[in-house]
Write a protein that binds this ligand. Structure first.
Ligand SMILES: Nc1ncnc2c1ncn2[C@@H]1O[C@H](COP(=O)(O)OP(=O)(O)OP(=O)(O)O)[C@@H](O)[C@H]1O
Length: 334
């Protein structure tokens, strides 16, 4: 059911683009065609070389060709840039998710006037080109995160470029639900724990200079059967921070997951979250540095150097500790 919702959501976006396409366009942006992910023998060979196995079927528009299966079993989600399907690996013993991003067809997109200038640029192709950058960004971020063994993010498996696709293979998060779909069913205590875990992941990423930059409830996945464990997905907008340089991004996570923060403001009394948000606006990364300070403080005296609101947050609501690998972790309070 969930899958169908995602699917219809993506088709409706595509439908809008389809209506807007101009006559000469090959029609690659129409819904049915867009859901058809055809594989050449070269592409099948590349997947095979990476020991990746996906379900295939004959293409609806031409049964002699091989297409990606997008049936209920295979399809996990459809984002604005492509499809995410279930897969398996012959080298990893855990299930795999593969994100396929379709590239624009090179010809028939841009036409020229007599002066040789661009006369018309297809809007869809521009959108899809951004998808191209997104997948490389995601692959780089996931690979870095996996190498540094940062938990609660899908493990990187492979990145493949073909003539028609950008393909990112990663660990499949089985049994997780998007926070956006369950947020209204959660108790204040559960929401506090979920936001605490989200903060820990953000600060773990901060330590290796990665900023997610697109944090919203659809990218925060929750395992309800496993103590509401949080995982973060979709690193297509990731930024790589050079801490020496002035960094002007919207990475302030306290600003980003709007609903989650909104809920938190109702749970956590007074203007605590407002204060922390305004501090973060003045000095990006201040929250994570205070988190570092509280978890490494050895004495009461050291803790006194931490501003009152942060101490209150860390002592009353978000209780952190550090693992032996110096990663932040939320304590599950009774
Ligand atoms: N590793 C994963 N394990 C399980 N489900 C996943 C995984 N990656 C993505 N998904 C599912 O697929 C959906 C689309 O993935 P994602 O958000 O990464 O794609 P996108 O094309 O970048 O989407 P967006 O429109 O949000 O930019 C997600 O909402 C999620 O439900």
């Amino acid at each position: 059911n969930e899958k169908l919702v995602s699917l219809s959501k993506s088709s409706s976006t595509d439908g809008t683009q389809c209506d807007k396409t101009i006559k000469n366009d090959v029609g690659s942006s129409c819904p049915q065609k867009n859901l058809e992910y055809h594989f050449s023998s070269e592409e099948l060979g590349l997947l095979n070389q990476h020991n990746l196995v996906v379900n295939t079927q004959s293409c609806p528009s031409n049964p002699s060709l091989t297409c990606l299966s997008v049936d209920r079993q295979s399809l996990i989600g459809a984002g604005s840039f492509g499809l995410v399907v279930r897969a398996r690996s012959r080298t990893f013993d855990f299930p795999i998710a593969i994100k396929f991003i379709k590239l624009p067809t090179k010809l028939d997109i841009v036409s020229f006037n007599t002066g040789g200038r661009y006369n018309r640029i297809d809007r869809t192709s521009l959108i899809e080109n951004r998808g191209d950058q997104k997948s490389l960004r995601e692959a780089v971020a996931l690979r870095l995160i996996t190498e540094y063994e940062i938990p609660s993010i899908p493990k990187y498996i492979a990145y493949i470029e073909t003539a028609s696709y950008r393909i990112v293979a990663m660990e499949l998060l089985n049994g997780f639900e998007e926070l956006s779909k369950i947020i209204d069913k959660l108790s204040p205590k559960q929401l506090t724990f979920i936001s605490c875990q989200t903060a820990a992941i953000v600060c773990n990423l901060d330590q290796i200079g990665v900023s997610h930059d697109d944090m919203h409830e659809r990218n925060i996945l929750i395992d309800r059967k496993n103590n509401n464990k949080v995982n973060l997905i979709d690193f297509g907008g990731a930024q790589f921070i050079n801490k020496q340089k002035h960094f002007t991004s919207t990475s302030n996570f306290l600003k980003q997951p709007i609903n989650l923060i909104g809920h938190l403001k109702r749970i956590i009394k007074a203007d605590l979250i407002d204060y922390i948000q305004s501090q973060e606006k003045k000095e990006l990364g201040y929250f994570c540095s205070m988190l570092e300070k509280i978890t490494t403080s050895k004495s009461e005296k050291e803790k006194e150097a931490i501003p009152y609101y942060y101490r209150l947050l860390f002592e009353k609501y978000w209780k952190f500790n550090q693992t032996n690998k110096k990663l932040f972790k939320c304590a599950l309070t009774k």
